[in-house]
Design a protein around this ligand. Sequence first.
Ligand code: 13P
Length: 264
Amino acid sequence: MKKELRKAIIAGNWKMNKTPVKTKTLIAELIPLVKEVASQNSGSACEVVICVPFTSLATAVEAVYGSSIKVGAQNVHFEASGAFTGEISAPMLKEIGVEYVIIGHSERRQYFGETDETVNKRTKAALTAGLIPIVCVGELLWEREADITEEVVSRQIKLAFAGISSSDAAKVVIAYEPVWAIGTGKTATAEQAQDACKLIRDRLTALYGKSVADSITVQYGGSMNAVNAAELVAKEDVDGGLIGGASLKAEDFTEIIKAASDGQ
Ligand code: 13P
């Protein structure tokens, strides 16, 4: 019904994989494949983003030059500069040509102390610098089993967007990533993905109204692959995907891009 109002985005989250040299090789494989998908879809594939490690960002920005592929980071600090040893700020990313940044991935929440509050601060910092945040939300297995998925995801959304204006909210991408489906080979069913993405859109409607909520891209992530992508992205409220493992293989990633482009 409203799918045409928003952009389908397929984003690869390379996580802690690929040195700069290997980054260059994978991008060189991807570029002609993505171009071919676009040519089969009257010139436009869905938006394609690769979120690479910090050390590969500059290489990736250079390597995608002249193609339609965009580059994203996997985290960003919420201050613009200062005494934060080891951190990278949004203006630093922006200046080297990065366009997207993943915020609040469950691995950062689980292993690096990320909270809903820091997700909110990072989202604001990214928006201020002109980066597009990909904000990750999703429930743990025991939370789903305890039937509190709705509460968990609603809370994450509400807090991530606290104090963010509707014009800024419209620029944000959300990735629904059930934690039990990440790297486990256990994908959410298309119905589970649709239900959660619809829930997210309902929460956004409550916060910002229908026209803003209908324009926001809500991706699914968690063991999405060349085989299951088409069924997932065909769902009304699933606007593409955030892909881990399968984004490290050019052919598999391209199949997912193809599924999202056909499904547009
Ligand atoms: P996998 O696709 O490897 O399950 O990872 C999903 C993910 O965490 C993307 O951010």
